[in-house]
Ligand binder design. Structure first.
Ligand code: SF4
Ligand code: SF4
Length: 628
């Protein structure tokens, strides 16, 4: 069977002149590659070191590398067809590494894989299979980019991408064609030189184009901060965030140069989808342009010519961009870093922002309401005070303590806890977790709030917290770590799902469309628990964008407290999608989502679906429960 297959034809001998030409071309190609790549590498290495970066533990890094780079799992999962096409090209590149080495060695007369030897022959067949797959893959990607033209790839056609696709196709075609000619044939020599030409033209183009990701993105994925949307600590009193080039860290520069301009981030961004200035891809390309023009030693402002302050403050920190990015770019720390730079240097002037920070400093809650109102609510609902003997501290948060609808959610959750005979209490005094200050870039206010809360929790000997707000959960669990060790915390969906079997089932007639809050889903990877709880009250149906692809409600990143949005309101966009499912109830698991949808539903048509948190859905089935 093997004998009947054609064999790869390679020229048997090269003249001295040919060898000199080949060596000269290879050196020139390598030099042109390095001339640009060396500059990029220098800019990355000359950037500031990342504070608190640890290479260890290395196991997760190795796994992410294997899964995302080697298996191309994320690329395929998020965009299956183009993802598979891309994976075929990538795997062919891996298979071709040995073929290419041997090709160059052959040109110098020291080839080590012979088509006549068993190993060589088999390996060439193996590579030929990948070459066919790669040719099909690159053709598919070419058709997508130049004929289908998804808008996220940008308005302008990239001829540079077309030329690179042609070179890759030529590499595969010349290799495959070599199986159908004889060794001594002139055609074999022409094919060999054509392959060489394509290869040596392709190499220097890599660092000059977005194909730089071929070299950098494996490192970007391996060196990620290791935690989704993680905001790194500032490195001392002189660090104000991302103000100028001198503040760009090595990871940020590496990521900026790794962007492959695929537009996945923008495709899923709620701001970009509702007509705002913010475009996460352009933010990353803005940082890259800054590095190209000015470098990491520049003290020129990052916001201004290269990135817009207005755009940066339109981010809801929903993390959809970061979740989607196939090359491991971490948008959220960059966006928050730029906000930090603007806020900590006083460059951001916003009346709503100033009012919010003042409210957080003076009244300790984001709504700017007197803490006495929280005391009244606790008394009215007869919520027990935490005294160190109870299992759970029920964290109210700003929304649960001050917002009327948030209070209803807390009251219903407390009823369910009472029904389950859970032991819990609320703190007498509680400050905002600092979530809006943290995401808007006000580190001073965030630090004050985090430290005061950590102290109060330690004094009260709190061991476990449960909260109705995913923003509080994230901030307490992750962001507070910078200032101490927070107690264990869980979201009420996790608590309720654990006891779902002990709660009354209310029938299946009602249809409930559950909205995944960004800070519960993408940030915490909690998807099943709230659905388990919602299913107690009816049949759960899905909106088109659900789970990891859920669309933001528009409140995160402190935006719930800022002024009017430009363009379409994010909450209206999402509400329309939820209403279009025809469900009779919109189920939420975050008081911020709840408040955003409440406003959007009241602005909508007649007979909108009812809007209930999962705690309210669970409480509805309790004996004697009534909704006022
Ligand atoms: S975090 Fe969300 S809102 Fe911000 S840029 Fe990314 S996708 Fe857009
Ligand atoms: S940042 Fe990531 S997702 Fe966005 S365009 Fe660049 S590579 Fe694609």
């Amino acid at each position: 069977m093997l004998l009947s297959l054609p064999t790869l034809a390679e020229p048997q001998h090269f003249s001295v002149v040919e060898k000199i030409i080949f060596a000269g071309m290879t050196i020139a190609s390598g030099y042109l590659f390095w001339r640009r790549f060396g500059v990029v590498l220098n800019k990355i290495l000359k950037s500031k070191k990342d504070p608190n970066f640890h290479l260890f533990p290395i196991g997760k890094r190795a796994w992410d590398f294997f899964w995302e780079v080697f298996c191309q799992a994320k690329v395929i999962r998020e965009r299956p067809l183009p993802g598979v096409a891309h994976a075929l090209v990538f795997w062919a590149f891996l298979a071709f590494a040995l073929v290419t080495l041997n090709h160059c060695a052959t040109g110098l007369g020291v080839g080590f894989l012979s088509p006549d030897g068993l190993i060589g022959r088999w390996y060439f067949y193996f590579a030929a299979a990948f070459a066919m797959a790669c040719a099909a893959g690159i053709l598919g990607l070419f058709i997508r980019r130049f004929l289908v033209r998804p808008k996220w790839l940008g308005e302008k056609l990239s001829w540079e991408s077309g030329f690179i696709a042609f070179l890759i196709f030529a590499l595969m075609a010349t290799y495959l064609a070599s199986f159908f000619v004889a060794d001594a044939d002139t055609t074999a020599r022409i094919l060999w030189w054509a392959h060489t030409l394509a290869l040596l033209t392709f190499l220097p183009l890599i660092p000059h184009t977005k194909h730089l990701h071929l070299v950098l993105s494996p490192a970007t994925i391996f060196l990620s901060r290791g935690s989704y949307a993680q905001i790194p600590p500032l490195s001392g009193d002189e660090d104000f965030g991302l103000v100028a080039g001198t503040d760009l860290t090595q990871l940020i520069s590496l990521q900026a140069y790794s962007c492959v301009e695929c537009g996945r981030c923008t495709e899923h961004c709620p701001a970009a989808n509702t007509g705002k200035l913010l475009n996460p891809k352009e933010i990353i390309l803005g940082v890259r342009a800054y590095l190209n023009d000015l470098g990491p030693a520049s003290d020129q402002a990052l916001l201004g010519k290269y990135n817009s302050q207005e755009a940066v403050f339109q981010c809801t920190t929903c993390g959809a961009c970061e979740f989607q990015c196939p090359v491991g770019i971490e948008h959220v720390p960059i966006l928050v870093g730029l906000r930090r730079g603007a806020v900590n240097t006083g460059a951001w002037e916003d009346d709503y922002g100033s009012k919010l920070f003042l409210a957080l400093e003076r009244g300790s809650n984001a709504l700017g309401i007197s803490p006495a109102e929280r005391d009244k609510f606790i008394q009215k609902q007869a919520l027990p005070i935490f005294d160190g003997t109870q299992e759970y501290c029920l964290w109210l948060g700003c929304m649960g303590g001050y917002d009327p609808k948030g209070r209803e959610i807390v009251a219903d959750f407390a009823r369910v806890m009472n029904y389950l005979k859970a032991s819990y209490g609320v703190l007498r005094k509680e400050k905002c977790t600092g979530d809006p200050a943290r995401r808007l870039g006000n580190d001073l206010v965030f630090q004050q709030l985090a430290e005061a809360n950590l102290e109060a929790l330690a004094q009260n000997k709190v061991k476990k917290i449960v909260s109705i707000c995913p923003h509080c959960v994230r901030t307490i669990q992750e962001d507070w770590k910078e200032y101490g060790t927070p107690p264990e915390i869980e979201h009420h969906s996790e608590f309720l799902a654990r006891y779902a079997e002990n709660l009354p089932q209310q029938g299946k007639e009602e249809t409930i469309v559950f909205h995944d809050p960004c800070y519960l889903g993408r940030y915490r990877n909690v998807y099943d628990e709230p659905r388990t709880v919602a299913a107690l009250a009816g049949t759960v149906v899905e909106a088109p964008r659900n789970h990891e692809r859920s669309f933001c409600c528009g409140a995160g990143g402190g935006l719930a407290f800022l002024g009017e949005e430009t363009g379409e309101r994010v909450s209206h966009n999402r509400t329309a999608e939820l209403v279009a499912t025809g469900a009779s109830t919109v189920g939420t698991a975050c008081p911020f989502c709840n408040t955003m949808f409440r406003d959007a539903l009241s602005a909508g048509g007649e007979a909108p679906p009812q809007l209930l948190d999962i705690a309210q859905l669970a409480a509805r089935g309790l004996p004697g429960h009534s909704h006022e």
